[in-house]
Design a binder for this molecule. Structure first.
Ligand code: 3HC
Ligand code: NAI
Length: 696
């Protein structure tokens, strides 16, 4: 039993205790029903308080139960029992009352909360909609416009704002239970009024006539492909136009449809994948993280500046080191302009901008890093320069300081080897723009100490990143997969698809941009330069030849108003280029390829299954600990649509591993060379009828 019942004079107290977040699983549902029965069975009791133990009020239904047969009673049935109570119930909220937690509170007759509490309906983030009356009760309390905003955003609302909107009846100062009991006694003293949210009528006076039509049109654009959103609009409209019971029945049907939809399965996978990524082999709770009060960053270029902003945002002082004054000034200028742009949008005050800039110490003196607890290097991607930086760091950094590199591809072990403290060296691979992208790949070297990993994992949360630990191999997880994906995109173009076709297929799938647009954005010259340093046999020169020709023609991408696509000055819209088309055709001829028509399906399968296939290799080599970590990397570092769960989840659940294997074998045989080899791990999983989860 996950609850208890006690008496405080004439007030009963229903306590829920299901750590860590009081998720409303079967035992909690039973405890709620028992509590209501106990209240009504005891003639001495005149009202009850519903309160939770631990760090929070009920944070929602138990997500682990979703998609499986549900034990009776379900939450709507429990709430029917509460609503039928002959005596008033006061919900006493602390922490976060979310989803089914808030819906339970909305079914109570009154709600009180501590000032630090938050309430919200985050179901949409799981591909769901509130399924226990939230779409019908919230509009009756706060009006359809506010309700729609809250339900569609899924974001929590602080208690004081919720009180102003009418969701919370009183904000309690001091002890919550005592305050809630006092509130309940006042209700009793006034004659035990039992207001039900479901019985309220909605004031429609200020609602524009086209409110729901406009909302639907906006979502069709902003949330294209998403299953739950339009139904939320329909349900809030039903709250306005239909009797309560009818609205509840519609909500239940829509909730079940969402729960069974692949998008919700994918988003639930993402919820747990993100949390599972925090569990690192060899780093348990007994490992004490090091203290990080100050951070040093070397290099104020594209990445160094963005990385610095993360720490400044979290209130951590940063010393930023450059080699030349003009590079330092430029880097600091970019940081300031970024903050000022945010302030111009009203998301920061001028004072906050200055507070953040005050935490930044720009310098040309390397020795200013001597006292930093964590030092992140973001200089040019050249091993000799990285080794020089780490040799100098080893000489000046204080004992116990963490020495991190933002390298995209270079070996952490080779960099660590130039120091006398390889246990303190780690990779912290941020993604561009580093102040925006949520991913942090944490690269574990052969000698990286567990407490260094624990510290960087903890720090990633402090700076609002999702950390994923990976092994030290070329390209780590993300860039390694990106290589396989880009290779297939290039192959498709060489064999007959147009860049426009490839990009359109990937965008339609849900990524914000296609691979070829992405190259134009990043700059074709970067890959061109890096290929000059690579062994000729280490990449397929045929597929990069078009890009090389474009660079040699002065077309570097957006920055030169031309790459694969043409761009008008100051306009990032890609426009078809006749020159690019003729270069592609010429390269195809040179490579002896007869161009042919491509279907959407083939482009999608080749690009996306290549991601999964390389993911299998990354797993086989132990570079990623689990398939879900690869999904997290792709979701937060590369814009893979969350509602598809990541490349591994998508391939396993939407395509199916046996079919994925069959398609990959087909494309590998067709390509006839070694650039697409089916992963032995995938072969093994399919042969044994296993899934990625069996690898844990
Ligand atoms: N069901 C099952 N497990 C849950 C859960 C839930 N609703 N919410 C959190 N957990 C688990 C997490 O998986 C994690 O488990 P782990 O320790 O084994 O990894 C543990 O609880 C702690 O969670 P966090 O690490 O996320 O803890 P935080 O303190 O950082 O955050 C929180 C707490 C804000 C409550 C956050 O966990 C959260 O947002 N939870 C999800 C809330 C939610 O989506 N509720 C709606 C559910 S759907 C619903 O209610 C349907 C209804 O309309 C019928
Ligand atoms: P950048 O060229 O924009 O900036 C590098 C900066 O380092 C320059 O300002 C340069 O003056 C400075 N610098 C060079 N040597 C230095 C030294 N010895 N001491 C102090 N400063 C020095 O490069 P960018 O793009 O910021 O990349 C930095 C690192 O981040 C590289 O290792 C790169 O591979 C990696 N990275 C880059 C990403 C990107 O999208 N640009 C993404 C993820 C990682």
């Amino acid at each position: 039993m996950r609850g208890s019942f006690e008496k405080h004079g004439n007030i009963g107290v229903i306590r829920i205790n299901n750590p860590p977040v009081n998720a409303i699983g079967a035992t909690v549902r039973a405890a709620l029903v028992d509590g209501v029965k106990a209240l009504n069975a005891d003639p001495e009791l005149q009202a009850a308080v519903l309160i939770c133990e631990g760090r929070t009020f009920m944070a929602g239904a138990d997500i682990t139960e979703f998609g499986k047969p549900m034990a009776s009673p379900n939450l709507p049935e429990v709430l029917d029992v509460m609503e039928a109570s002959g005596k008033p119930i006061v919900a006493a909220i602390h922490g976060t009352a979310l989803g089914g937690g808030l819906e339970t509170a909305l079914t109570c007759h009154y709600r009180v909360a501590v000032a630090s509490a938050k309430v919200g309906l985050p179901e949409v983030k799981l591909g769901l909609l509130p399924g226990a009356g939230g779409t019908q009760r919230l509009p009756r309390l706060v009006g359809p416009a506010t309700a729609l905003e809250v339900i569609l955003s899924g974001d929590p609302v602080p208690a004081k704002a919720a009180a102003a909107a009418g969701v919370i009846d009183r904000v309690i100062e001091g002890d919550l239970l005592a305050g809630a009991i006092t509130f309940a006694q006042e209700v009793v003293a006034k004659g035990s009024a039992m207001p039900l949210v479901g019985a309220r009528t909605i004031d429609l006076a200020s609602l524009p006539a086209d409110f729901f039509t406009t909302a639907r049109a906006g979502l069709a654009k902003a949330k294209r492909n998403l299953f739950a959103h339009q139904q939320i609009v329909d349900l809030v409209e039903a709250a306005v136009t239909k009797p309560f019971a009818e609205g509840i029945a519609l909500e239940r049907k829509a909730f079940m449809a969402c729960m069974m939809h692949p998008q919700s399965a994918a988003l639930r996978h993402v919820f747990f994948a993100e949390r599972t990524a925090a569990k690192v082999a060899g780093v348990d709770d007994s490992v004490q993280p090091r203290e990080v009060k100050t951070v040093g960053i070397i290099g104020a270029g594209t990445m160094g500046g963005g990385i610095a902003m993360n720490f400044l945002n979290a209130g951590i002082p940063v010393t930023l080191v450059e080699v030349k004054q003009d590079a330092l000034d430029r880097g600091v200028g970019v940081i300031r302009r970024n903050y000022e742009a945010t302030a111009a949008k009203g998301k920061l005050t001028t004072e906050q901008v200055e507070q953040r800039m005050d935490l930044l110490k720009p310098t040309l003196e390397f020795t200013d890093l001597a006292h930093a607890d964590l030092i992140i290097e973001a200089v040019f991607e050249t091993m000799a320069i990285k080794k020089d930086v780490f040799t100098r760091l080893d000489a000046i950094a204080k004992p116990g300081a963490i020495l991190a590199t933002n390298t995209s591809y270079l070996s952490i072990d080779d960099i660590a080897a130039v120091t006398a403290r390889p246990q303190d060296v780690v990779g912290t691979h941020f993604f561009s723009p580093a102040n925006v992208m949520k991913l942090l790949e944490i690269v574990r070297g052969a000698k990286t100490a567990p407490d260094v990993l624990a510290t960087v994992m903890g720090l990633s949360r402090r700076i609002s990143k999702v950390g994923v630990v990976c092994g030290n191999r070329d390209g780590f997880i993300g860039n390694r997969l990106l290589g396989a994906y880009g290779y297939q995109a290039n192959r498709c173009v060489l064999e007959g698809a147009t860049p426009e076709q490839v990009d359109a297929v990937i965008r339609k799938f849900g990524l914000p941009m296609g691979p070829i647009q992405m190259w134009d954005l990043a700059g074709l010259d970067i890959g061109y330069r890096s290929r000059q340093d690579r062994e000729p046999g280490s990449f397929d020169e045929r597929v990069t030849r078009t890009s090389d020709r474009l660079v040699e023609a002065g077309r570097f991408g957006q920055k030169t108003n031309g790459g694969y696509y043409d761009y008008l000055p100051g306009d990032r819209t890609p426009r078809s280029s006749a020159l690019t088309a003729s270069i592609i055709e010429q390269v195809s001829v040179e490579c002896g390829i007869t161009r042919r028509a491509f279907t959407e399906e083939e482009i999608l399968e080749r690009c996306m299954l290549a991601l999964m296939n390389e993911g299998c290799e990354v797993l086989r080599e132990g570079v990623a600990a689990r398939a879900s970590d690869i999904d997290v990397v792709y979701l937060y570092g590369y814009g893979f649509p969350a509602y598809r769960g990541g490349p591994m989840h998508w391939a396993e659940n939407e395509v199916g591993l046996p079919k994925a294997l069959e398609r990959l074998r087909h494309y590998a045989a067709e390509s006839g060379d070694h650039w697409l080899q089916v992963s032995p791990l995938l072969e093994k999983l399919v042969a044994e009828g296993k899934s990625f989860k069996d690898l844990r």
